[in-house]
Design a protein around this ligand. Structure first.
Ligand SMILES: Nc1nc2c(c(=O)[nH]1)N[C@H]1C(S)=C(S)[C@@H](COP(=O)(O)OP(=O)(O)OC[C@H]3O[C@@H](n4cnc5c(=O)[nH]c(N)nc54)[C@H](O)[C@@H]3O)O[C@H]1N2
Ligand SMILES: Nc1nc2c(c(=O)[nH]1)N[C@H]1C(S)=C(S)[C@@H](COP(=O)(O)OP(=O)(O)OC[C@H]3O[C@@H](n4cnc5c(=O)[nH]c(N)nc54)[C@H](O)[C@@H]3O)O[C@H]1N2
Ligand code: SF4
Ligand code: SF4
Ligand SMILES: [Mo]
Length: 891
């Protein structure tokens, strides 16, 4: 029985441990440390260093404690003189080879602690000369390698990259990055896991070697993607010097990707703006906070007096905390009296919130990452998690390696597509035919879950009739794939239970983005994959707190909790002591459209760079130019600020404040201040409160701290009422709904019923092809997205050494297309659409299909969004970033 309590005797003491626990861990839990070199809780036991051998009564040879499960009545001795002598001999043998110079490399490392404990010193038989110093962050000197294999195992078992291999034999046994002269020559993704586990410092962070151990560690959440990995930030002399993964994190389980592990250098970037500025006569001038806040308030008041509440709007930041986003929408609604407030969920996963909301009643992921390990089948639609949610990607890859079938739907052969059981590569923009055809197969072949349909859904007859005509042949034709592959995918998804679906922007950033998400949700309903662990429909949310900013009410038609205006006005009026304005307001794109029409006069833009990241940049620029005031709150002079800003208010960074984020699995987690705000910068929360004071609304914004802001949000939205900062500090993150302090949180939604009753309804969907179709003039279909090393506008990542890992945006182009255009690797290509043009270097690869080039959009130098078009999702207005007809020319 798993988890049952086992009783044993260790060193004459009674000890208890859960069944299945290894002796090493059971002893550790009971305060008995057994020496070990090759074990790491993240890895399967290897029993290779043998230091953890212990004596077990009745066994002739001492077994390794790391690989010996506890047994009832076991009698164990861990530190007998014989064992200790054996350990000393083993350590002497290992240390004999190690260089005696540069002991700093081993400082604080487990191996050094062992040598000290056993009084063993390196003999220096080997010289320190196996350096591989080509990597910006990882410093490798294999002179210190003791061949414990932890790097080999962590790179395979956790990251799934298989870079390190054993080389040599006997006394010469060591490791090597696959025979390469350095990691930069391999497919290493710079996650740093090998350096984190290496017990000798042979593989170590360059920063630690240069600056020594941090003075203190502070636990917080990675400020990049919506995965929400927990990270320990090391601080030395008041500066962040390193970041390390947190073993106990349920999300990241002791792992991080390159951005969380190494991407913090922006915090101390020399061009970070830490004092306010006002633009006078076209020139940015330094200002005091007093002057800048007064200028911002005056500009907002002026716009209000000329055009009323419709002349002002707020773009809130999905990079900021929940508390700050709660204040941002409250600021818009009460200090400005306008319903025009939105966040970058608009250009991202608003279709997920809408599609899941209209289907299930809650617009958020139904399940959590822990379900990756429970699913019998995984399906990834229009998402590239090994680059964009790398910890989720790594967890999916480990399951696939363990034999769990995977379906990938992506026009590109992503890393996961390479491993997939079925890879469906539809032409960009054709998800709907594909998903409808899968539904047709499931219904036509009798694979639907009849009991689930009968008990928990309505409208199946009309839905079945609506997909009848979607034969796999018809869809295959539109998608440019094989009908038989659609059938295989549908059969796998319907028959292996539970089946868990993830999706990304390849599903949402289309004219039919919301319909696409709804179609995927229908597949889950048809097969009963709702409300079960290991199932569901799960958007991989984008920015660190995009789930939170929309959920806090930075949404023109929703209040806190993503509650509908009409339904939640009363509770808000009661808690606020003031009425929220009538809505709905304009969304992020409509606000900028309105600026072009002269209706919107002043915008407050917090941590968001619409000029660079919105589509159709030439038109965005024209529209932004129509504003009379544009107040930017950011860490850096964004493209928006550079071109159109009138007041700049410098924000404290994600490492400089207290609060919470909400990750893509609805988990609220604590963000902690690691270092004080740099220079004169202030937190977004402070800035909003101080602006509100100057607009005469100060009384609604006087909170002693972030916890008090969160407590007010809890009163407006029952699903987070049970989650206090104090609880998060005590217990770690909690997944909402969590209505009371005693409630454990909800890892799986819709297990019992749906928010609006026992049943939900299918809604027949009609296919609307995008007008952005290739023709003789614009024969290619441009797809856009991301790479592992840079984050969106790359405002932060570009200011770190990550730029050495990926220097610039590239245009992935099929080798046949490249040949047709006489392009080779690195040649500049001019990409021109009906809306604008940009130039990028070509990267010929058969990862993309012929006719479908792919560009990353991470740099202002390239400005890829000059070419993307005005198409928007019919329901949410989310831009159609993934399909633009273009022509290509050697540039
Ligand atoms: N390294 C890194 N990580 C990030 C970010 C970053 O910039 N860099 N940004 C964060 C943000 S804000 C977000 S929203 C997430 C986004 O994460 P993802 O959703 O994974 O983002 P994308 O790379 O934009 O697009 C995913 C995939 O959709 C595919 N696709 C395009 N068109 C179609 C289609 O019609 N059908 C299907 N099925 N697939 C299609 C593309 O080929 C691409 O591989 O990542 C977050 N994480
Ligand atoms: N072609 C194309 N374009 C796209 C996409 C695509 O797939 N293709 N994807 C779209 C998507 S999904 C998204 S989400 C957008 C992203 O577009 P943006 O939201 O513009 O991108 P980010 O780089 O995340 O920029 C956020 C800004 O926040 C600042 N910042 C970070 N932390 C804080 C903080 O705590 N406080 C404050 N005040 N500022 C902070 C950063 O310095 C940065 O300037 O891009 C969209 N654009
Ligand atoms: S940094 Fe990560 S991917 Fe690279 S070798 Fe180390 S563990 Fe493997
Ligand atoms: S997966 Fe996302 S949250 Fe985790 S370390 Fe990487 S960027 Fe940060
Ligand atoms: Mo996003």
């Amino acid at each position: 029985m798993p988890g049952a309590l086992i009783r044993l005797r260790v060193n004459g003491r009674d000890v208890a441990a859960a069944s299945g626990t290894m002796l090493l861990e059971a002893c550790r839990q009971n305060g008995i440390e057994i020496p070990t070199l090759c074990s790491d809780p993240r890895l399967k036991p290897a029993s290779s260093c043998r230091l953890c051998e212990v004596e077990v009564a009745g066994r002739a040879r001492p077994p390794c404690a790391c690989a010996t499960p506890v047994e009832d009545g076991m009698v164990v001795a861990t530190h007998t003189p014989a064992l200790e002598a054996f350990r000393r001999t083993m350590l002497e043998r290992l240390a004999a080879d190690l260089p005696a110079e540069d002991p700093a490399r081993m400082a604080g490392k487990p191996f050094q602690k062992l040598l000290e404990a056993y009084g063993v010193a390196p003999l220096g038989r080997r010289r320190a000369d196996r350096k591989q110093a080509d990597h910006p962050y990882l410093d490798v000197d294999l002179s210190w390698c003791v061949a414990c294999g932890r790097c080999v195992r962590i790179c395979a078992e956790v990251q799934g990259q298989d870079i390190w291999t054993f080389m040599g034999r006997g006394a010469d046994l060591g490791v090597s990055p696959g025979g390469a002269a350095g990691l930069m020559e391999t497919a290493c993704v710079s996650c740093g896991a090998c350096a984190d586990t290496c017990p000798t410092g042979a593989i170590e962070d360059g920063a630690r070697l240069a600056q020594g151990l941090p003075d203190r560690w502070i636990r917080t959440i990675c400020p990049y993607c919506g995965t929400g990995c927990e990270v320990d930030m090391g601080v030395k002399g008041g500066r962040i010097t390193e970041a390390r993964p947190v073993l106990s994190s349920p999300v990241s389980q002791g792992h991080l990707c390159v951005k969380g592990r190494y991407g913090f250098g922006f915090n101390d970037a020399p061009d970070r703006i830490t004092e306010p500025m006002i633009r006078r006569n076209g020139v940015w001038e330094a200002a005091t906070w007093e002057e800048a806040l007064a200028a911002a308030a005056a500009a907002l008041r002026q716009a209000l007096s000329v055009g009323g509440p419709d002349a002002v709007g707020v773009l809130a930041s999905s990079r900021a905390t929940n508390e700050e986003n709660y204040l941002a929408q409250k600021f818009a609604r009460l200090a400005l009296g306008t319903p025009h407030v939105d966040c970058c969920a608009r250009v991202c996963h608003a279709p997920s919130a809408a599609g899941l909301g209209q289907t299930f009643g809650t617009g958020a992921a139904t399940n959590g990452y822990a379900d990756i390990e429970r699913a019998a089948l995984l399906m990834v639609v229009g998402a590239n998690p090994t680059e964009n949610h790398p910890i989720v990607g790594a967890r999916i890859r480990q399951r696939v390696r363990a034999g769990v079938p995977l379906i990938v739907v992506d026009p590109r052969r992503t890393e996961l597509a390479e491993l997939a059981t079925v890879h469906l590569a539809p032409r960009p923009g054709t998800n709907l035919p594909l998903l409808q055809a899968m539904a047709q197969v499931i219904l036509g072949e009798g694979l639907a879950d009849g009991a689930f349909l009968a008990a928990r859904t309505e409208g199946i007859e009309a839905f079945a009739a609506s997909v009848q005509a979607w034969t796999p042949e018809r869809a295959a034709d539109l998608c440019g794939i094989e009908a038989e592959d659609i059938r295989r995918a549908a059969r796998l998804y319907a028959t292996l239970r539970p089946a868990m679906a993830f999706h990304g922007l390849g599903l949402t950033e289309h004219r039919q983005g919301t319909d696409g998400v709804t179609a995927l949700a229908h597949l889950a309903l048809l097969t009963g994959n709702v409300g079960l662990p290991g199932s569901g429909v799960n958007p991989l949310r984008g920015q660190n707190n995009v789930q939170g900013s929309a959920q806090m009410g930075c949404e023109p038609s929703r209040l806190t909790g993503y509650q509908k205006l009409a339904e939640a006005r009363e509770i808000h009026a009661q808690v606020w002591g003031a009425e929220p304005p009538q809505g709905p307001g304009l969304n992020a794109l409509e606000m900028i459209d309105a600026a072009g029409e002269g209706r919107m006069k002043a915008l407050l833009v917090i941590g968001y760079d619409p000029l660079l990241s919105h589509p159709n940049a030439l038109e965005t620029a024209e529209n932004l130019n129509g504003l009379e005031a544009l107040i930017v709150v950011d860490l850096f002079l964004t493209e928006t600020a550079r071109a159109f800003g009138t007041v700049f208010l410098p924000a404290a960074s994600p490492f400089e404040k207290e609060g919470t984020y909400m990750n893509g699995e609805r988990r609220v987690q604590r963000v902690r201040q690691v270092v004080p705000p740099r220079g004169g910068s202030r937190t977004d929360g402070t800035i909003l409160s101080q602006l509100a004071e100057r607009l005469g609304a100060g009384s609604h914004f006087r909170f002693p701290d972030a916890a008090a802001v969160w407590d007010e949000a809890r009163r407006t939205w029952p699903a987070i009422a049970g989650i206090s900062h104090a609880r998060l500090d005590r217990e770690g993150g909690v997944q909402w709904p969590c209505p009371t302090e005693g409630h454990p949180g909800t890892p799986v939604l819709h297990a019992e019923g749906f928010p609006r009753g026992e049943r939900v309804r299918f809604r027949p969907l009609a296919w609307q092809p995008s007008p952005e179709a290739p023709d003789a003039e614009y024969p290619f279909l441009l797809n856009t997205g991301r790479n592992l090393f840079h984050f969106n506008a790359a405002t932060m990542t570009r200011r770190t050494r990550l730029r050495e890992l990926a220097a610039e945006d590239l245009l992935e182009i099929h080798p046949a297309d490249a040949e047709g255009l006489a392009l080779t690797e690195g040649d500049p290509v001019r990409v021109e659409s009906r809306h604008g043009a940009f130039i990028l270097r070509a990267h010929p690869t058969d990862r993309v299909r012929p006719g479908e080039p792919f560009a990353t959009f991470h740099s202002a130098a390239a400005f890829v969004n000059r070419a993307t078009g005005p198409g928007r999702d019919a329901v949410t207005g989310t831009p159609e970033y993934k399909v633009t007809a273009v022509r290509l020319q050697k540039g």
